[in-house]
Design a protein around this ligand. Structure first.
Ligand code: ZN
Length: 314
């Protein structure tokens, strides 16, 4: 039996939110269906932000409603505030992701409040979710953005990351997400911070959200794996950077992540050939957006599928 690793698609939120070109709802739904058919079982489908602020995600309810109809899919949505949590709760998402930045400067630039104020907001989100009956309560993940560095403040103090992780864990988070929002993370720091935070908040799971901005995305996944993390975010074709600046890659490429985990002997439940096919569908919807990825260019190693089958049978 292979050990399970969890891969969550975030391109529909983290990727699309940076695009000016609006992807029609039907195409988002086709993308959802195709990834679900490829075996992806966790998708961050949208963000409950004010539609005027982010027209790209103004169809959040419609896309989430469709996602909720797909069997076995864990549907998650990002929520920036209490109002977003109310929308997520009303529609019945399985997972709510609240994000705050460890870096004070980044948090202020993003949501115009201090990190401490955002932690207070998170407490209100927890309280709201706890008004729902236990069997209808969404899983609450608190994401710590800029956990490995910040474009405004530079280095981020690791002790501050740990303190905030413990604070949101005690406030009622079901999982912690450490996010390298701007691609400053490097493997030695990632492994160290994951080990410490995982020990601090155990038994809560700690998930990894890495960007490949400086080419260290998968190296950082490996570092977090070594620390014991088993859940990672990624996006199709690495969608999520600045799409019109070649080289400015965004999230780690989900196809390459699924390849790496599979090659290392982990079971992700995802059919890599079918996942790669989804790229064409997204390319048709967003023809000007650059898609990244090594596996799609080089192909799978000879005997890859046979090796996978042999590992599964062991
Ligand atoms: Zn991100």
């Amino acid at each position: 039996m292979r050990e399970r690793a969890f891969v969550r698609e975030v391109g529909m939120r983290d990727g699309l939110q940076s695009l000016a070109e609006i992807m029609p709802t039907e195409q988002k739904i086709a993308w959802l269906d195709a990834e679900h058919a490829a075996g992806v079982r966790e998708i961050e489908v949208s963000s409950f932000v004010p539609p005027k602020l982010l027209p790209q995600l103004a169809d959040a309810e419609a896309v989430v409603r469709h996602a909720l109809s797909l069997p076995g899919l864990t549907v998650s949505a990002l929520i920036p505030n209490l109002k977003g949590a109310e929308r997520g709760l009303a529609i019945g998402v399985h997972e709510i992701n609240f994000v705050l930045s460890v870096s004070e400067g980044h948090n202020r630039a993003n949501v115009r409040r201090s990190t401490t104020e955002s932690i207070e907001d998170f407490r209100r989100v927890v309280a709201l979710c706890h008004t729902a009956p236990e069997d209808q309560r969404p899983r609450l993940t608190c994401g710590l953005a800029t956990a490995f560095g910040c474009t405004i403040e530079g280095a981020v103090d690791e002790e501050r990351v740990r303190r905030i992780a413990v604070e949101v864990a005690e406030a009622g988070a079901d999982a912690i997400m450490l996010a390298d929002t701007v691609g400053y993370g490097q493997p030695a720091a990632v492994e160290r911070v994951f080990r410490r935070v995982m020990a601090d908040v155990a038994p809560l799971p700690v998930c990894g959200h890495f960007h490949d901005t400086r080419g260290l995305g998968l190296a950082n996944v490996l570092a977090a794996l070594n620390a014991g993390a088993r859940s990672f975010d990624a996006s199709l074709g690495g969608l999520g950077g600045c799409p019109y600046a070649p080289g400015a890659t965004g999230n780690i490429v989900i196809e390459d992540l699924v390849f790496m985990l599979g090659a290392m002997g982990f079971d992700t439940g995802i059919d890599l050939d079918r996942l790669v096919e989804v790229r064409e569908l997204v390319h048709q919807a967003l023809p000007d957006v650059v898609q990244y990825g090594a596996i799609v260019k080089a192909g799978l190693p000879k005997n890859f599928h046979a090796m996978q089958a042999a590992q599964a049978a062991q």
